[in-house]
Design a protein. Structure first.
Length: 350
């Protein structure tokens, strides 16, 4: 099997190229230092800053695998952050760890309910996913504004700030959260029958239903997972800025999440999906964002630069490009065996 035929080859190659370009342009990019038992450096910053997008993209991967889409993840992030910081701000002791834990749990439960609502519209009522999630996408930020009273709620709480900027041992706590989620999803989706059933529902929902698969429950669960992960991403975002900003939290993150899933090789048509591919896709986006900032590309021109790289990666991993490379590889094979077979046969008279 040719290595370039693997669906993770081109995303991995794009990530390696981005890292190499950064390393050549600024050698300190690969430098990692240890200060007070904590790791620092550009690569560590990329891993830490990618946590919110990583969580959202992982949830989006499961939803897309069921032939769905979730456009409400940004709004769920806004609601989750608003709920958590409103509880902390209204408590008697915002700096208490117990207060922050209660706020996080309540925010995640609210996110679970929002995800369940999306799943109900899609699986129970049969509404198209793009329409069902568009409702919450539009209404969710309004709900977040109602929770915060239309203002940006700021909180000075050390336990809250620790979620986004703190360290557990030598690594950022936000990065460890994303690693735990990646590991859990990988084990559940690739070491149990749930992953196969999810792919079956995405490939052919009607056939899987006739085969006895409870497709409605699987689809419902996928949106609930997406909601919870988006809520956790919203808490990390709110922790990073120490505020609940209903308008800025998760702005356009649904588009970047879909892009990360596609870059990772998961088809929007549903069916087979790749957790590892999504992780690579998120790292590509985050590394590219760091590259744009380093090169000093003006903010008005950065989308063009970003789009150019993304288009190049998408074209490289398209089926037609793979077929062309496969044909090119076949054309270069030695034809000695074929030439022997093509020689005219000479009959010998007896």
């Amino acid at each position: 099997m040719r290595i370039w035929r693997h669906r993770l080859f081109w995303p991995s190659a794009a990530l390696v190229v981005l890292v190499a370009v950064n390393a050549i342009a600024r050698p300190q990019f690969l430098r990692i230092t240890l200060q007070d038992g904590e790791l620092y450096g550009a690569l560590i910053d990329i891993l830490r800053n990618s946590a919110p997008l990583m969580l959202v993209a992982l949830g989006m991967t499961i939803v897309i695998a069921t032939r769905g889409i979730d456009l409400s993840v940004g709004a769920v992030m806004a609601v989750s952050g608003a709920v958590a910081l409103t509880i902390i701000d209204g408590s008697g002791d915002p700096g208490a760890t117990g207060t922050v834990l209660v706020a996080v749990v309540v925010a995640l439960l609210v996110s679970l309910v929002l995800g369940a609502w999306n799943g109900f519209l899609v699986s129970a009522l049969g509404i198209q996913p793009i329409v069902a999630t568009l409702v919450l996408m539009l209404a969710g930020r309004g709900v977040a504004l109602l929770i915060t009273g239309g203002f940006i709620t700021t909180v000075n709480s050390a336990p809250l700030a620790y979620i986004a900027s703190g360290y557990l041992t030598v690594l950022p706590f936000a990065f460890i959260i994303s690693v735990v989620v990646i590991t859990a999803l990988g084990l559940v989706e690739r070491r149990t029958a749930l992953g196969v059933l999810t792919e079956a529902v995405g490939i052919n929902p009607e056939a899987s239903r006739l085969a006895g698969v409870r497709s409605r429950g699987i689809i419902w669960g996928a949106y609930m997972v997406s909601g919870v992960l988006a809520g956790l991403a919203g808490i990390i975002y709110a922790s990073n800025i120490k505020a609940a900003d209903a308008n800025a939290a998760g702005f356009l993150i649904e588009l970047y999440a879909i892009l990360a899933v596609v870059l990772g090789g998961t088809s929007l048509a549903g069916g087979k999906f790749s957790i590892a591919g999504t992780v690579i896709g998120v790292l590509i986006i985050q590394t590219l964002d760091s590259t744009i900032l380093f090169l000093g590309v003006p903010s008005a021109q950065s989308p063009v630069f970003f789009a150019f790289v993304v288009v190049a990666v998408v074209i490289a991993q398209s089926p037609r490009t793979r077929n062309a490379l496969r044909a090119l590889g076949g054309a270069r094979r030695p034809r000695a065996a074929a030439s022997v077979q093509d020689r005219p046969k000479v009959e010998v008279a007896s």
